[in-house]
Design a protein around this ligand. Structure first.
Ligand code: GLV
Ligand code: GLV
Length: 318
């Protein structure tokens, strides 16, 4: 069987598929667009995709041999699930393994934003550290503050656990209430989106991208936030209206932001790069050696299960 992988994955991660023909692609600039994806997926029985690959109805129709799309990510907003369902294509993802790594990244960005870590690093490198000063690069305390988690799923709960360790209170907003035992263990309060925005010192986004979360943090939401608040986004860029965020950061309507994801990735709104109160990373949430290897293994397990006709397909979404 022919397995097409849209980008090189950690070596060793796909060894389970060794009996098959594995074709790993590399693109000099960016990733495949729809046409390139159709081109490389010709004759494929299975496709292993990244979160930036547009797995549209057109792609699935143009590559009818595909039996499974194994997404090398937990989010799968790049895949047309309805089209996959309609054409009998199995879709899988990599839940669970990247929870702690992504929560760590959210906290790294939060701490960096709260304590000016990125400007401080630039300051030292520039040779500007000439004396200790009482008012140099002052930040804000996490302890005693409230974190508002938008989307209390696995990653949201892992961020909440860290926040409790830092002495914060936790509130959250979900489309539906979280599991009561999770809520109780975290002492997390379910509040309306407006209450979350108005009362949180930190707003951290952990929802998936869908029709109801797209643009959720726009002008109106940003205006509701405290001027001292920090926004952290390790979910999907399009949950935030980036233009509105640039304006809010520039006018100090909110204090700072930590962003791992962008509305039009890999493009970054040029306004963000001019601001000192935003710290950014190139979508590194799951980027640890162990996590990325395990994600590849999970894709391989799912592909192997489908291609061998197993009844149980692990990590199945569709
Ligand atoms: C990363 O953003 C993922 O969805 O795994
Ligand atoms: C992802 O793993 C989530 O449910 O937050």
């Amino acid at each position: 069987m022919r397995i097409v992988v849209t980008r090189p994955l950690p070596s060793g991660g796909l060894h389970l598929l060794n009996g098959h023909e594995i074709v790993q692609h590399e693109f000099s600039v960016g990733g495949p667009d729809e046409d390139q994806l159709i081109d490389i997926a010709q004759g494929a029985d299975a496709l292993i995709t990244l979160l930036s690959d547009p797995v549209t109805e057109r792609v699935l129709r143009a590559c009818p041999g595909i039996k499974v799309v194994a997404q090398y990510a937990v989010g799968y907003d790049n895949i047309d699930l309805a089209a996959a369902r309609a054409s009998g294509v199995v879709v899988t993802n990599t839940p669970g393994v990247l929870t702690e790594a992504t929560a760590d990244m959210a906290f790294a960005l939060l701490l960096a934003a709260a304590r000016n870590v990125a400007p401080a690093d630039r300051y030292v490198r520039a040779g500007e550290f000439s004396r200790w000063e009482a008012d140099l690069l002052l930040g804000s305390d996490l302890s005693g503050g409230t974190i508002g988690i938008v989307g209390l799923g696995r990653i949201g709960a892992a961020v909440a656990r860290r926040a409790i360790g830092f002495g914060m209170r936790v509130c959250y907003h979900n489309r539906s209430p979280a599991n009561p035992s999770v809520e109780q263990k975290l002492g997390a309060r379910l509040v309306s989106m407006n209450t979350l925005l108005e009362t949180s010192d930190v707003v951290s986004l952990h929802c998936s991208l869908n029709a109801s979360s797209r643009g959720l943090i726009g002008r109106e939401a940003l205006a509701r936030m405290k001027p001292s608040a920090i926004l952290v986004n390790t979910a999907r860029g399009a949950v935030v209206d980036e233009e509105a965020l640039v304006d809010a950061l520039r006018s100090r309507a909110i204090r700072a932001a930590g962003l791992d994801v962008f509305e039009d990735e890999p493009s970054v709104h040029p306004g963000l790069c001019d601001l000192d109160n935003v710290v950014m990373a190139p979508h590194l949430g799951s980027a640890t050696h162990a996590t990325r290897l395990r994600m590849a293994e999970m894709c391989a397990e799912a592909v192997q299960a489908v291609l061998s006709g197993a009844r149980h397909i692990p990590y199945r979404v569709v």
